[in-house]
Design a protein around this ligand. Structure first.
Ligand code: UDP
Length: 254
């Protein structure tokens, strides 16, 4: 069997060379990290669920005209994606105060924001992903003003769509993180949504009880972490291929 070339290994995913030029295979691991790698653990079945949840959301976003890197899901833990040049920014969209925003300004978690807030963070593990302004982004050449306008308008469209989608299944979309990439096609560059959208990078609270159904259960040792990810998938109408017992998925990787 030929071994695939490993392009990059991140905290929750591995990227392999894809079957055709310009494609990559995104493999979802069960590994979880928090607080800039200080907390490490495994959430059994997370990779399988995030692969399915992200597929579901990327396909839906594609249907409303949001360009994404997603091509198709290959198996329980892998999806085929277009190879893009990742813009080194984390674009965070917030609807309700939580996490670092609550801490930074001393505002209670759960406070509804009068309008959605977009923040940018520079992707750097060594620096702990510092928050940056548009001035930093353009001065340091991470993105042009046009790129920023495009990411901002895509982020707001994605937020409007996902707010409604999650509300329909009884979940409040508190905040989430997006990553974008540049896709080059016939001498043209397009900015597309990349990475993943899953409970690893969204805060999702039950509409009635405010129960947290996302990675905060791992970050804050709230227990029932696997169950929370399963519940998000269940509400979205996604089930594991081989039934609930199949959550773990294949444990071998090429
Ligand atoms: N987030 C993420 N990766 C990061 C930082 C944040 O996916 O490296 C997500 C996080 O899951 C949450 C949102 O971005 O949905 C806002 O996170 P926040 O700034 O509140 O930071 P945190 O409390 O996670 O440190």
């Amino acid at each position: 069997m030929t071994r695939r070339r490993r392009i990059y290994e991140g905290k929750a995913k591995v990227l392999f060379e894809g079957p055709e030029p310009g494609t990559l295979v995104q493999y979802f691991k069960d590994d979880a990290t928090a607080f800039n790698n200080q907390k490490k653990g495994t959430i059994t079945g997370k990779g399988v669920l995030n692969n399915r949840i992200s597929e579901y959301l990327m396909v839906k976003l594609g249907e409303i005209g949001v360009p994404t890197h997603f091509v198709r899901r290959l198996n329980m833990r892998e999806q085929l994606v277009r190879e893009v040049e990742i813009i080194p920014l984390e674009v965070v969209v917030r609807n309700i105060v939580a996490g670092s925003l609550a801490k930074r300004f001393g505002i209670p978690e759960g406070t509804q924001l009068p309008r959605s807030i977009i923040e940018y963070y520079y992707k750097s593990d060594e620096l702990g992903d510092p928050m940056v302004s548009e001035e930093h982004i353009t001065a340091f050449g991470w993105a042009t003003p046009q790129d920023i306008d495009e990411m901002l308008s895509l982020a707001l469209r994605i937020n409007d769509f996902l707010l409604g989608l999650f509300l329909g299944v009884g979940l409040k979309l508190v905040d989430f993180k997006l990553e974008f990439g540049r896709l080059y096609e016939n001498d043209e560059m397009r900015i597309v949504l990349a990475d993943e959208i899953s409970p690893d990078n969204c805060r999702l609270w039950d509409v009635k009880t405010n129960e947290k159904l996302d990675k905060d259960r791992f970050r804050r040792d709230l227990g029932n972490v696997e169950e929370a990810y399963q519940e998000v998938a269940r509400r979205l109408g996604i089930f594991p291929e081989g039934g609930p017992r199949d959550m773990k998925g294949p444990s071998t990787m090429q």
